[in-house]
Design a binder for this molecule. Structure first.
Ligand code: SF4
Ligand code: SF4
Length: 384
């Protein structure tokens, strides 16, 4: 695989001509069965295409309970869940964002960030609208917090995405930018199309994912990156409208499924940077997921509704890294600080730098068959 220019962006050639959700005939909602594909006209006047959802259960009086995330929304006819992309129609459940992308780019895989997955390669990165959280620091709030009818989307099938990945020599397709959990049906079908073609599907998630969809998807996925936003319930509640406990459960399940997992902690000054909290988080990762799990402590920059909080001082990130390493984590990184020594992958055996990076760019990869070239210690990851 050849390294790519981090600035290279995929032109929406071919997709742009496909129009957007608003171009569908008003007054009709098209239901497309996820398994069989045929379009079945329904009568709801939203103008959005709808695809039968997979993970939900029926309740009395045409109510349903969504089975994707820990919010477990319970909805009557014509109501949508908290993420705004799933709707109950007469006791049947539909996703409104299957095969529609709001954003698609060719990114360095280090941008996700994955540091132990195919370093130096590109990931075809895409998002459908929607998220089950409302993080006050969301960088992609325009598409994550929008209803699908509020953003321009482009129709693209999983098979077309696989063709695009191959055309641009991307060994991975990354479901990212918004929250892939709320478009799990699309993720499932992408992964099912990509795997036989030798393309790995990556999921970048907040981790609020229930067991059943995760169990169904795990055999199809290549790797998962979880944003562990903090290690206190109060942070999740006050800044994200979420919960920590389900994320901890998802991380433990990912380890059980044997899926390669990396963790990102966006360190926000005064909110989640206390050493005691960082140490508690590191002990959880060490004991429940494994000490070889890469953890990235990344720098916060003011965004969205947290414009009043300053960027994270670099020494704060360094203290977090030192504390996590002291608790026994072997691969701890400093993110969003290009040129920092914490960008490199170092051998936990002899300390040699095995992958030298600056930010998203790989400067040197000395791995020899997945091992340190100096002391031969195996470095865990997906390297080939
Ligand atoms: S995925 Fe959306 S609809 Fe389903 S439980 Fe989560 S927020 Fe509710
Ligand atoms: S989970 Fe991610 S996409 Fe969703 S609101 Fe939070 S930062 Fe934004």
């Amino acid at each position: 695989m050849r390294p790519i220019d981090p600035a290279r962006r995929l032109v929406l050639r071919g997709l742009a001509a496909g129009g957007c959700a608003a171009c569908l005939a008003p007054g009709r909602l098209l239901a497309q069965d996820a398994a069989t594909g045929p379009a079945i006209p329904l009568t709801e006047p939203t103008g959005l295409a709808a695809t039968k959802a997979r993970w939900w259960k029926a309740l009395p009086d045409e109510w349903i309970e969504c089975g994707l995330c820990a919010k477990k929304c319970k909805l009557p006819h014509e109501e949508r869940g908290a993420c705004g992309v799933r709707v109950n129609l007469h006791g049947e459940y539909y996703t409104l964002v299957h095969s529609r992308v709001a954003s698609i780019h060719l990114d360095p895989i280090e941008k996700k960030p994955f540091y132990h997955v195919l370093p130096g390669t590109s990931a075809l990165s895409l998002a459908a609208p929607g998220c089950n959280y409302e993080c006050r620091f969301c960088q992609n709030w325009e598409i994550a917090q929008a209803r699908p009818e509020q953003v321009t989307t482009h129709p693209v099938t999983p098979a077309e995405l696989v063709k695009l990945a191959r055309r641009y020599e991307a060994p991975t397709i990354a479901c990212t930018y918004t929250e892939p959990v709320v478009w799990s049906e699309f993720v499932h079908d992408i992964a099912a199309a990509a795997k036989p073609a030798g393309v790995r599907t990556l999921v970048i998630t907040n981790g609020s994912w229930l067991e059943e969809p995760l169990k169904d998807l795990a055999p199809l996925l290549g790797a998962v990156k979880v944003d562990l936003k903090a290690f206190t319930e109060s942070f999740y509640k006050e800044l994200c409208s979420g919960e920590l406990k389900p994320v901890r459960e998802t991380l433990a399940r990912l380890a059980k499924h044997g899926l390669w997992t990396e963790i990102v902690v966006l360190v926000i000054p005064g909110r989640n940077d206390a050493e005691a909290e960082v140490r508690q988080l590191a002990r959880f990762v060490r004991d429940e997921i494994g000490p070889d799990t890469p953890v990235h402590f990344t720098r916060f920059h003011p965004s969205y509704r947290l414009m009043n909080v300053p960027p994270t001082p670099v020494p704060t990130l360094e203290r977090a890294r030192d504390a996590a390493r002291a608790e026994g984590l072997r691969f701890v990184y400093v993110g969003n600080v290009p040129g920092h020594a914490g960008n490199h992958t170092c051998c936990p055996g002899c300390g040699a730098v095995v992958i030298r990076r600056t930010g998203m760019a790989v400067l040197e990869n000395r791995l020899a068959k997945g091992a340190c070239p100096d002391c031969r210690r195996a470095i865990p990851g997906i390297w080939a």
